[in-house]
Design a protein around this ligand. Sequence first.
Ligand code: MEV
Length: 304
Amino acid sequence: MTAGQAQGKVILLGEHAVVYGHPALCGALRDGVTVEAVPGEGLLSVPAWGKRIAAGAQGDALGQAYGAILRSLALSGRPLHHDFVVRFAIPTSAGLGSSAALAVALARTLDSVLGLGLAAGAVAEAALAAETVFHGRPSGLDHTVAQHGGFGLFRREQGLSPLPASSLPLCIGLTGRARDTRGRVERVAELYRQDPDGMQGRFAAIAALVQRGAKAVTEGDLAALGEAMNRNQQELRHLEVSCPEIESMCRIATDAGALGAKLTGGGGGGCVIAVAPGREAQVQEAWRRAGFASFVTSVGGRPS
Ligand code: MEV
């Protein structure tokens, strides 16, 4: 069996500002996406969504993204004798980078099944082409973390600078509402057009929190990381990328003893992350009582 794998991601600090060239603190999730090659006719199959589609399928973002990957790898029109079966070990549409992990894992599977001998840069380009279909004009953070794993500071055009930090246990709670990355990125762009100076001030404040958070994770100072996360969430609220579920989950987490909590990724729904060393079970229980599902994982490590 040939299967490619890639990890999901968490943005600990700095989403949205990263689109404008500021750094973001991010790490890979232990789990991610696997794409398995089975005998077939070149279709992409996602059993969890009941989907089996051709590359470039009209009106289907996944089919378009698949087509973009084949184009980027100069494989359009080449007969394929496999189907590609996608299995998610992380929630999808939740701000955890599942689409980027899918793209990287699919490029890796095509690479090994067809013996392409792709360089890392070609896999990255193919994944970016797919992410552009899904998200418009992404910063590139998601597919970079999906491909390289670990912990780091990501900057548009500069890529990921790894940080010497050990992996971090994290509570991840699901709002139950799909994240709205494209819509929220567009709203932030609208706010930027209306008030460039004000928004630059907010991005600078977020960038300072990112630097503080990077120092905190490197030194293992989770209280400082938690405080940076809480303050980043306040900024994100002003960027209009939060939602009532996110606000309520952050409050619940900190009331249950988390040192910090915030949305992660595009926002408008998706997930809340909370740092709660030794209090993970209490945070999960408080979320559960309020009707929110969650899991505890580690971020910043290599694949499980
Ligand atoms: C998406 O995971 C995070 C955003 O910053 C968008 C991007 O980086 O492309 C909202």
